[in-house]
Design a protein. Structure first.
Ligand SMILES: NC(=O)c1ccc[n+]([C@@H]2O[C@H](COP(=O)([O-])OP(=O)(O)OC[C@H]3O[C@@H](n4cnc5c(N)ncnc54)[C@H](O)[C@@H]3O)[C@@H](O)[C@H]2O)c1
Length: 414
């Protein structure tokens, strides 16, 4: 048996690969098309933590762990998953190979189509490969907590008992899903395809509703800094907490959109990876679409995150300011808030997790070592949810204290 990791060169994928190398005995096949590196470069940015080439980091991982049974495959999921599943019949597939950016998906029609095609066709290709060649393989798929509809009640864990017009449903039904950007809609559609694969074909899948992930810490990076995972803090690929801490360190105001009333869930990278390793060892039953809400902080406002970083930054002598006027996602127009996420399965798993405040301290400490590489954090968002990206990036939108930082390119060359 073997483990197939799709998206293994990414932020979470590389961290997972390092942990699996330590924790599972089976051969591991690590797939990535390296497209994240290219997309980030197209935005005028780079990983803030330096990373080796995919081949070199795989070789280093093999040497460090003494595991000759880890293989790297540079290929797109759609191109390689059918032959790989046919040949290997893996025990588990972890699919992280997607374009994970809402701003990228809202830039223009080409990026929207690219996100839809990449994410949904890759997911569907995995499901059909399993149906054809290995129906007993367990799929662990990374979805998003942003799939759920914000409707003022707690976010159920996938399926809930519901009552309509006084009548209870005869079976648990999917919690409502709705999203306001193309990327998250691809995640909703992925979940629907996976549910179909489980119901109709009897596949076994764990569909992880992942909250925002933050942090840098992985299993092996203290042993060798070249085994660190990538870190993005630009406005297209940086997620909120990672970006805020990077902004705090480089002296740029934290970009708290629309006053920061929007709420989110959070989990540290280390904890997210611990949970993923756990799900790989706890297969869903045949025909089961097991949905897991993966957050340790189940509901926190963006303003609260910013204020926490302001406070911890002050302890480090950083004077952290907030910029609350930007609203590129038109969040002020969406008053309905999500409730806290139910996280029964994560808590039942007994995985030790880190407190948010401690996680932020670690992140700040780690990023201080790379402060000269945090330029992406100073860039302001260029993608507006209604009008997309401007043809020409406007230098006036760069934070006033950061004139020396290059602007993101709004579109791919050519
Ligand atoms: N990081 C977060 O906060 C977060 C939150 C919720 C959900 N997720 C989900 O977790 C998964 C991993 O996220 P991440 O932050 O590590 O993203 P990432 O972009 O760093 O990693 C994804 C990796 O997949 C690769 N990839 C993309 N499309 C591919 C394809 N078709 N074939 C082969 N490789 C491909 C990319 O090159 C990249 O290395 C994604 O599905 C994302 O939607 C992430």
């Amino acid at each position: 048996m073997s483990v197939l990791v799709l998206g293994a060169d990414g932020y979470i994928g590389w961290s997972l690969l390092c942990r699996l190398a330590l924790e599972v005995d089976e051969p591991i096949i690590a797939v990535d098309d390296l497209s994240k590196r290219e997309r980030v470069a197209c935005c005028g940015s780079d990983s803030a933590i330096p990373i080796e080439s995919f081949d070199d980091r795989i070789e280093l991982l093999r040497k460090t762990t003494g595991r000759g049974d880890i293989a790297g495959v540079v290929a797109g999921v759609e191109d390689c998953v059918e032959p790989l599943v046919r040949a290997l019949k893996p025990r588990v597939i972890v699919n992280l190979a997607q374009i994970p950016s809402a701003p990228w998906s809202m830039m223009d029609v080409d990026r929207a189509k690219e996100t839809i095609a990449n994410n949904e066709l890759g997911n569907v290709a995995v499901l059909f490969a399993m149906r054809e060649h290995s129906p007993h393989t367990h799929l662990v798929k990374m979805g998003s907590m942003g799939e759920y509809a914000a409707c003022g009640v707690p976010l159920g864990e996938g399926y809930v008992d519901a009552v309509l017009d006084g009548l209870p449903t005869s079976v648990p039904v999917p919690f409502p899903r709705a999203a306001d950007d193309v990327y998250h809609i691809t995640k909703i559609n992925d979940s629907n395809f996976i549910a179909m694969g489980c119901r109709v074909w009897g596949l076994a899948a764990t569909d992880v509703m992942q909250s925002i992930v933050y942090g840098t810490r992985t299993a092996l990076w203290r042993q060798d800094a070249r085994l660190a995972t990538r870190f993005d803090c630009d406005p297209v690929f940086g997620s909120v907490l990672n970006r805020f801490v990077a902004q705090a360190i480089c002296g740029a105001p934290l970009t708290v959109h629309a006053g920061g009333k929007a709420t989110t869930g959070l989990i540290s990278l280390y904890d997210s990876v611990s949970a993923l390793v756990h799900w790989t060892q706890e297969p869903a039953a045949p025909g089961e679409h097991k949905v897991v809400n993966q957050a340790t902080e189940t509901r926190i406002s963006v303003l609260e995150i910013a204020q926490l970083i302001q406070r911890i930054g002050a302890e480090q002598g950083l004077h952290v300011q907030l910029e609350t006027g930007l609203d590129p996602r038109h969040e002020a127009e969406r008053p309905c808030k999500a409730g806290p996420a139910r996280t029964f399965k994560l808590r039942q798993s007994g995985i030790p997790t880190i407190e948010l405040e401690q996680g932020v301290r670690y992140l700040m400490q780690d990023l201080l070592e790379h402060r000269e590489r945090l330029g992406g954090a100073r860039l302001l968002p260029e993608v507006d949810w209604k009008s997309g990206a401007p043809d020409e990036p406007t230098s006036s939108r760069t934070a006033s204290r950061t004139p020396d930082i290059p602007q993101p390119r709004a579109s791919l060359p050519g």
